[in-house]
Design a protein around this ligand. Structure first.
Ligand code: MG
Length: 366
């Protein structure tokens, strides 16, 4: 191919906050299939001569660790805007062609990257675009005006440029711009459009980061006997019987703990809190739950959904309080803990009133 004789440098931008992803940390560090997104993105450019990764000032050590065994990568710290981050990389550009790429676009194909390089060699710039595939409206003063989508394109990266012209453009233009093609255009250069790829998405919103999710399920049954309190989800329910067990036998909390441990790949509560341990005799299961929460402190609970199976008593009046109590213990909003109750139509051990069962499903983000 044409590009083989020319040197290519890639700047990968990872210094943004990625606040829309709502991860609580830099989205390019999100672990997808065993490695951070920024590494997967940089690996796509491994055939280039040089890769400059731009990171936030306080994450320099983290980024250097990620790329410690990649000789082609130089990590530098970025500025407070995209344009400023690119400016900081300019002094390191010593190749014929420069590609500038979003750190959160790990799906750019090698074909696309080579197409961009080839077009830069022919046209001095190449910006991958895909035609607008949805209806477009311009909103002005609350009024929608239809826009002809013919001729409207969505812009992607990597954007490629003749290095000397790119440096010249950045020297001419002050201020901040949404991307490099705009800087190039404002400096008076023509921007050449290259065919983009619909798969080359920029990971932006929370739903783009589902890869780290795991589910877990738990199930438990306890026998109903006289002279015991009935505790469900940490709430005492007035009833003439209660559940029998080593602890307070809170069957709902037990199912939830097992679901949480399962999602985290940990052994169940039977292993964690053996029923021959005198220290957990008659203990509140909410206390055991707080121990489980400490063990899984590296995960974020997305939501919990649980079912209590009991013929009696009627549980509906107590569900709001159970949800509040569990939400507080699980450190999530009440909306993210739901508990339903069902009878078993007088069938089986539950239906005969011999016991109460609970099952729970949880979704977590590692
Ligand atoms: Mg149990």
């Amino acid at each position: 191919m044409k590009s083989s004789s020319k040197s290519v440098c890639t700047v990968i931008l990872g210094a943004g906050k990625g606040a829309r992803a709502n991860l609580g940390y830099n989205k390019v560090l999100f672990n997808q299939n065993g490695s951070p997104i920024i590494k997967a993105t940089a690996d796509k450019f491994s055939f280039c001569d040089k890769i400059i990764v731009v990171c936030p000032p306080d994450e320099l050590d983290t980024f250097n660790d990620i790329f410690c065994d990649n000789q082609k990568v130089t990590v530098i710290t970025g500025g407070s805007t995209r344009t400023e981050s690119v400016r900081r990389a300019l002094p390191l550009l010593d190749c014929d062609v420069t590609l500038i790429h979003d750190g959160a676009r790990p799906y750019a194909s090698e074909n696309l990257i080579r197409r961009v390089i080839d077009d830069v060699l022919e046209f001095d710039s190449a910006v991958p675009c895909t035609p607008a595939s949805v209806a477009i409206k311009a909103i002005d003063n609350g009024k929608a005006r239809s826009v002809d989508r013919n001729g409207i394109y969505f812009v992607q990266t990597p954007q490629g440029f003749d290095t000397n012209k790119l440096i010249h453009a950045y020297e001419q233009i002050k201020g901040d711009y949404s991307d490099d093609s705009e800087v190039f255009e404002k400096a008076g250069f023509d921007v050449h459009i290259t065919e983009g790829e619909t798969a080359n998405v920029k990971l932006t919103n929370p739903e783009d980061f589902l890869g780290g999710m795991k589910i877990g399920s738990g199930f438990d049954v306890h026998q109903l006997v006289e002279n015991r309190k009935l505790i469900l989800g940490g709430v005492e329910i007035p009833f003439n019987k209660g559940l029998l067990g080593h602890s307070d036998a809170d069957v709902l909390t037990h199912a939830i703990m097992d679901a949480l441990l399962s999602a985290n790949g940990l052994p169940d509560i039977g292993v964690l809190f053996p029923d021959n341990d005198p220290s957990t005799e008659n203990v509140s299961s909410m206390l055991l739950l707080s121990e489980v929460m400490q063990k899984i402190s590296d995960c974020k609970i997305v939501n919990v959904s649980a079912v209590i199976m009991a013929q009696k008593p009627k549980l509906a009046p107590f569900i709001p309080e159970i949800r509040r109590k569990l939400a507080s213990a699980l450190n999530v909003a009440v909306d993210n803990v739901n508990v339903s109750a069902t009878t078993t139509e007088h069938l089986g051990i539950i239906g005969e009133g011999k016991g109460i069962a609970a099952s729970a499903t949880v979704l977590i983000r590692k």
